[in-house]
Write a protein that binds this ligand. Sequence first.
Ligand code: R5P
Length: 301
Amino acid sequence: MADNEGNIAAKDYGFGIPQKQEGFFLKGNENASYGIKSRLSQVFNQKSGHTVMLAFDHGFIMGPTSGLERIDLTINPLIQYSDCIMCTRGILRSIVPPTCNKPISYRFDSGTTILTSLNDETLHDVEEAIRLNVSLMAVMVAIGDPDHEGSTIRNLTKTVDYGMRYGIPTLGVTAVGKNLTRDARYLGLATRVCAENGANVIKTYYCDEGFERVTNGCPVPIVIAGGKKLPERGALALAKNAIDQGAAGVDMGRNIFQSDSPVGMLLAVREIVHNGATVDQAFDCYETYKNSGSCPCCCGK
Ligand code: R5P
């Protein structure tokens, strides 16, 4: 119990020294609330300003995707090497240990699957996001989809409103769709629309030409999805190109968990995203881990 008498007198007031004011390290989020900044600081590394998110939410539209048949066996051992995990509430509750202590990017919408028309989504209850202690609420936005553009933008808007109320940042995910092109013009428009509607971070795809225009034209950080499985060197080059052209990280799934060395790939991607490694250095990291079970680079694994 605090005493009223006999305490040492307070005297270190630092007269003449202005109180330190910290800026915020992630672009476009300087004016966000304390809760949003605090959660973003869990997802993004403050030193590099980047993040390596491990995505394994594919089952909500694709069912038991290759590499995700037994998440307890394939993904749980990988989680420790990621900065954040992206998954559904079903997988969180049934398989991911709450003791893993990783920030969660929660798939906050659900709807149709690859068997019908993608992107016809509804939102979950925001109380569920609070109960699950998530750090990001991820919502699909189908810009240019004549059937679902309006409803998915409304979903994003509602999620941002929830996020503002409870201090949880929103991750706008530009949609996959058969008729949606992945060039700089489309991606630039889609990411910008998400940001204009209040998303704190955007997840989109890399494109070979003009990606720098996409990141520069978007006022908040962009992370890239990996897409379909590529040869390992190709996937590392994709990550490297994206980071060099202004991406703030990756949210990668298949190119990690479908690799012949998922830990090796995750460590190699980390080298690029956090430590500025070249593709050759990162590939060496992947191969070394694959062949020896340890990694010589500064990740210390
Ligand atoms: C797709 O359903 C999800 O949004 C994935 O999280 C996203 O596509 C990233 O995974 P991948 O790197 O496998 O594309």
